[in-house]
Design a protein around this ligand. Structure first.
Ligand SMILES: Cc1cc2nc3c(=O)[nH]c(=O)nc-3n(C[C@H](O)[C@H](O)[C@H](O)COP(=O)(O)OP(=O)(O)OC[C@H]3O[C@@H](n4cnc5c(N)ncnc54)[C@H](O)[C@@H]3O)c2cc1C
Length: 627
């Protein structure tokens, strides 16, 4: 296809010049017949007397010879070009850095047609060595050597930053570098909706039905949204390019440049670090040897979803270690799958109940019952002592002597923020929370900002924090992007997070939600409307933070009389409710349990930071009794 296109491009100028030559000669003949010879250089036309028929024959001979000569020249040129083209392609194929081509083919798994067009571009530019100037004169580059905005990491925070940079600076050239093979995508569906899809090809399409039934892709944008890295420097209105499968290994903050794992250097004007984190593992698993390691999934990326999906079809028993939101969501997802197969799903964790570090005990117990009802064998207060591989099974020994035999482990035991670049960049890592320490404007040094899971930021209301949630990644990424374009805005937004145990039970949370704090819970009977599914149907969105609006909250009941918090109202069935987390009698965190789209109210309460005499009154602001 390219050959034909290029052949035509090669032939077109020749065809044009040869037809011009023929027209000129024909005109010359006409002129000659009209006795206007003085206009025509004599030496080119005839050495004899003008007007004779013999002269004209001579001219026809000359014209004929010229055309034959031209044709021969064209043939030689094209043949030579073809050889040069082949040599060039061979030379390119033998180069070590073939990233753009490789990256494009990775991306082509995304079922969006624009992809194949992009992938033809690098090859089309190769014939620039030929004699005919039919391609851009500049030397093709596989990496831009400079990016005005360089974003390290291709996750949620980076993508949000790219979007806000472009919104404030429409001609901006933004380069995202990610060590993943994928374009930026959202992670929450990897442990939720994707598992509940009835499409057998979901692992390939990565499209899923939101709880509200609408279909969407996990990718923030299709490939056609992005410009290719090679074109970033030259596209007229700038754009966002993604360099996939490349790791930034070094930062020279004085020289304003980064080095990739293949030694390529790229300079920048402004840089964002949004490197997220990598899942933690248990030391006992790391020490257990290769047989255990290859039967263990640390769940974070698209590849992990694909791998675990396969494991869930090929093995008989999966054990999830970890009782947090990720472990509990995966347990519910796999449990649901086990209903139609003979898969055994076990979940174990040290706490007394699921999400025990976040939820008050009574609610954590309720959640455990819910997870069990999904077909999961939940083992509470389980501390893993040793893991080994025996007789074709992974054996997990607990501290209290219990032994669990399984085929595969999913370790969902937390996240380690990716801060490897701190050393070369001379950036400070927070010793308590981990992550790069940044100021209220998310800036670590001049020209360097940090956002998302990797940022340890100063929260004006709640002090220094690091947050590992989607909404925080969106909001901090957006703010960092704005500040990279000169906004100088402080980060004050209280981000929220949510967790769904399947389509029927979910919660949204804001602020510090730590079960070691005193809590006050106010509950009401839930109706069919109080589920994640119903909430997304109502709002029309699937990713909760997208449904959020700021500043729509009315003023909460103001009370400054310090009083001891009421005892949590306990019920057998916690249909829906509000849980307040208190520090020094002030509400520092709120969970909305099966109560959706009321986050602005919660945000306002946290922001105001006042003491409330009667939290039952405050709970009324969420209208939990009205629906
Ligand atoms: C399965 C799952 C479900 C989740 N569900 C929820 C949920 O329901 N609600 C919620 O609020 N949050 C949820 N989260 C958390 C949320 O997804 C994260 O907080 C969010 O993805 C953080 O975004 P980020 O951009 O900071 O980091 P990431 O999304 O981790 O992106 C960082 C990227 O940078 C890349 N990178 C790292 N170092 C380098 C380097 N040196 N060079 C190049 N690239 C590099 C990484 O490979 C990665 O692609 C979930 C997370 C997971 C894994």
């Amino acid at each position: 296809m390219w050959t034909c296109k290029n052949l035509w491009k090669k032939l077109a100028p020749l065809a044009r010049s040869s037809s011009t030559l023929c027209r000129q000669n024909a005109r010359g003949v006409l002129l000659n017949n009209e006795r206007r010879l003085p206009l025509v250089p004599q030496a080119h036309m005839s050495s004899g007397t003008p007007g004779s028929g013999g002269d004209n024959n001579l001219y026809y001979l000359l014209v004929g010879a010229t055309c034959v000569g031209g044709g021969f020249y064209a043939y030689r040129t094209i043949k030579g070009d073809k050889e040069r083209y082949q040599e060039r392609i061979n030379e390119i194929a033998s180069r070590p850095n073939k990233v753009p081509i490789a990256a494009e083919s990775e991306e082509s798994s995304e079922p969006i047609a624009a992809e194949s067009e992009e992938s033809s571009e690098p090859i089309a530019a190769e014939s620039e060595e030929s004699s005919e100037p039919i391609v851009p004169a500049s030397t093709p580059v596989e990496f831009p050597s400079h990016a005005p905005y360089l974003l390290i990491g291709g996750g949620t925070a980076s993508f949000a930053a790219a979007r806000s940079i472009r919104a404030r600076d429409p001609g901006a050239r933004v380069l995202i570098i990610t060590d993943e093979p994928d374009l930026p995508y959202m992670r929450p569906p990897l442990s939720k909706e994707l598992w509940f899809s009835d499409d057998p090809s979901v692992v390939d399409t990565l499209r899923f039905k939101q709880w509200n039934g609408k279909e969407r892709s996990i990718y923030f944008q299709p490939p056609s949204f992005y410009v290719s890295p090679q074109d970033l420097e030259k596209v007229e209105n700038g754009g966002v390019a993604v360099l996939t499968g490349k790791k930034v290994v070094h930062m020279d903050v004085r020289g304003n440049k980064v080095t990739l794992s293949d030694d390529t250097e790229i300079s920048y004007d402004k840089c964002l670090i949004a490197t997220g984190g990598i899942p933690r593992n248990l030391q006992v698993i790391e020490r257990a040897g290769e047989e255990v390691t290859k039967r263990t999934t640390l769940f974070r990326k698209v590849e992990d979803f694909k791998a675990l999906d396969k494991v869930s079809r090929d093995t008989k028993s999966i054990t999830i270690i970890g009782g947090g939101f990720l472990g509990s969501e995966l347990a519910c997802a796999l449990g649901r799958r086990s209903a139609d197969s003979d898969l055994e799903v076990i979940q174990m964790f040290p706490e007394k109940g699921n999400m025990g570090k976040v939820l008050p005990e009574y609610l954590s117990n309720w959640t455990t019952a819910k997870v069990k009802s999904e077909g999961v064998a939940v083992i509470t207060e389980a501390l893993v002592k040793a893991v080994s591989f025996k007789d074709g099974k992974v054996e997990i020994k607990l501290k209290d002597g219990r032994v669990v035999k399984t085929d595969h482990i999913v370790a969902a035991v937390g996240l380690e923020p990716s801060v490897e670049l701190a050393k070369s960049a001379g950036l400070e890592v927070d010793s308590d929370f981990g992550g790069f320490r940044v100021n209220a404007e998310l800036q670590a040094r001049s020209n360097i900002w940090v956002a998302g899971d990797a940022a340890c930021f100063y929260d004006i209301r709640l002090g220094r924090r690091r947050v590992e949630h989607h909404d925080h990644a969106v909001v901090s990424g957006r703010l960092a992007g704005e500040n990279m374009t000169g906004a100088n805005k402080p980060y004050w937004h209280q981000s929220m997070f949510w967790s769904d145990l399947g389509p029927d039970v979910g919660y949204e949370a804001i602020g510090i939600v730590d079960s070691s704090l005193p809590t006050v819970g106010v509950f009401a009977k839930a109706t069919a409307k109080d589920t994640p599914k119903a909430a997304t149907e109502k709002s029309g969105t699937g990713i909760r933070s997208e449904s959020e609006t700021e500043g729509t909250a009315s003023s909460p009941v103001a009370s400054s009389t310090p009083e001891p918090p009421p005892v949590p109202e306990q019920k057998d069935n916690y249909g829906k409710g509000v849980i307040f987390y208190l520090r020094d009698k002030v509400v520092v965190g709120i969970i909305l349990w099966n109560v959706f789209n009321r986050m602005p109210v919660a945000r306002k309460i946290i922001k105001d930071g006042e003491e409330h005499a009667d939290l039952n009154e405050v709970a009324k602001l969420f209208n939990i009794h009205d629906d």
